[in-house]
Design a protein around this ligand. Structure first.
Ligand SMILES: C[S@@+](CC[C@H](N)C(=O)[O-])C[C@H]1O[C@@H](n2cnc3c(N)ncnc32)[C@H](O)[C@@H]1O
Length: 202
């Protein structure tokens, strides 16, 4: 499965899983790498995505156990959510209205944790400079590294990648909207336009 920059943050996200957690929901699971990591930590995971072809790839990759993975071919904005100790959304919240975070928060069990690895649109001049000047060579370098890796590993992976969507919100909008929707959340800027939102339900 090709590397994408979000994978780099999986260890950071896994550290947010609350002690004793048994159940998890991964929203927009794509090909399921993070769901498999949660399952290998012993959590039973609902891994949700409306992209059927991508879910087929995820299913074919199986589950490492000991936790069980249930792939749900669903849109999170319409799905009936259960109750979970841990909910993650990695690079997927910009695909849905941001208010969806309220439903995710309500689906947390007491003591549960919601983590969102999100992508925000640049707004200020320094952010635009990074976006326009720094990111093209970085992206090119990443593409070359991935292409070399694929060649060394026997060619390009024919599996479909997860769908992508435009990032609509800027970082100040994310901070403002999350402040009104999620009591007690923290929002941290990560590399460039990635942010980490963490919210625990007491
Ligand atoms: C950029 S991909 C990220 C995939 C995966 N989380 C990862 O980090 O590799 C965004 C994913 O969100 C999914 N998605 C889009 N709309 C969604 C929705 N309404 N409900 C749940 N997932 C959705 C897409 O199908 C896609 O797989």
């Amino acid at each position: 499965m090709p590397f994408n920059h979000n994978h780099h943050y999986h260890p950071l996200l896994l550290r947010q899983v609350p002690e004793g957690a048994k159940t998890a929901l991964d929203v927009g699971c794509g090909t399921g790498l993070f769901a498999r990591r949660l399952a290998s930590g012993g959590l039973d995971v609902d891994a949700m995505d409306p992209a059927g072809d991508v879910l087929e790839v995820a299913r074919a990759l199986g589950s490492p156990g000991p936790g069980r993975i249930t792939y749900r071919h669903e849109d999170v904005t319409r799905a009936a959510l259960g109750t979970y100790d841990f909910i993650s959304a990695i690079a997927s919240i910009h695909h849905v209205p941001f208010e969806t975070v309220t439903a995710l928060w309500k689906a947390l069990a007491p003591g549960g944790v919601l983590v969102i690895l999100g992508l925000a649109k640049p707004r200020s001049v320094p952010e635009l400079v990074k976006w326009e000047i720094v990111s093209p060579p970085l992206n090119l370098a990443a593409r070359i590294a991935v292409a070399v890796g694929e060649r060394l590993n026997g060619g390009r992976d024919p599996a479909p990648g997860p769908p992508v969507a435009d990032w609509k919100m800027t970082m100040p909008q994310v901070r403002r909207e999350s402040a009104s929707l999620l009591p007690g959340r923290t929002v941290r800027t990560l590399f460039f336009w990635r942010y980490l939102l963490i919210c625990r339900r007491d």
